[in-house]
Design a binder for this molecule. Sequence first.
Ligand code: SF4
Length: 410
Amino acid sequence: MMEKTPKSMRIHIGLFGRTNVGKSTFLNLVAGQDVAITSPQAGTTTDPVEKTMELLPIGPVVFTDTGGVDDATGLGDKRRERMFAALRRVDVAVLMVEPERWTEHEERLLREMESAGRPHLVVVGKTDLRKPSDAFLARLRARSPFVVESAAAPGQRDRVVHAFKAALGQLLPESSLQMPDLFGGAVPPGGVALLIIPVDMEAPKGRLILPQAQAVRAALDGSAIAVVAKETEYRAALSRLSAPPDLVVCDSQVVDRMVAETPAEVRCTTFSILLARLKGDLTAMVKAARIIDDLRDGDRILIGEACSHHALEDDIGRRKIPRWLREKTGKELQIDVVAGRDWPADLEKYRLAIHCGACMITRREMLYRLQTAGGRGVPMTNYGVAISYLKGVLPRVLEPFPEALAALKN
Ligand code: SF4
């Protein structure tokens, strides 16, 4: 479906840099396949080449590999003109450089990016062949907000791609990172979303929490019908409908009850899974949840909450998830909780991160957290995905999202 996203709706990323600096190799690394022609011969890519791809979780993008020009100081060359025209079309410009090489050419490209007002980052290619000095990296960081060290050596791909996506997530306008439909197309216009909302100790008095209100609003925006009930009235609500709902959505804490009471032909999920899709990367979070089966004694788990809400006696992050994790695995786990804007710098000491639904932070910030964790080799899931996994119902609540379901099964 994403392959059909029109080019105009994709995020445009331009790769700029001198001949044979490694742009095509970097593009292949990001794409995970040989999409650009790479060659040790200088200048294999001569003219701008466009490649569309799905860069999860950023979304559909088009890369423009601008081809190599070794000297941008002289004007008049058609290739050079096309390169600067491409610069004006892109949403984000990537300047590729080689370790220890910054000449008038790189300076000119960066100045063009600045004067065109384009968000930009620098990628240092070939760092597996030559390590850039601290002084060189410091000089780049003084000029551009993000510097990614790229290497094509085996085992480096995940680190490079995570760092690149984290930088993109910070550079792109929030509006371009928004996924438009909370229900992921599962509730058509005129369709029915049945929302199960417990009203317990943790529910704020007199109002709905943000994801629940967002779901009601998403149904209205999509000209669909929202039916709302507590878990105790769920069966009654189902029986009063003249046709099955298109989607049932429940709070994660009652997911096992909801699954038990939902007819097999009715699709169902949780608010937290909808949020994982909306704010982060559902497929990556599903893969991360599988780590739970491999946890060992002494593993550290990070529980991350994006706001410092008042912790109740049987709080979901501090009490329930740790308890369910220990019950399911039978392991001695060390569990740390961070709340609010804190996001640990020493992420690598964790085996797994479990994040809240992130309703109070932007998609940009959630993507940053996801990518920094991934870049340190720490899989990150979210509360709802982890709870459904722990309760053995994750395959059932992923049925509305086949890609994520396939990631769980494979
Ligand atoms: S940001 Fe996280 S912790 Fe705060 S209310 Fe939303 S889901 Fe809960």
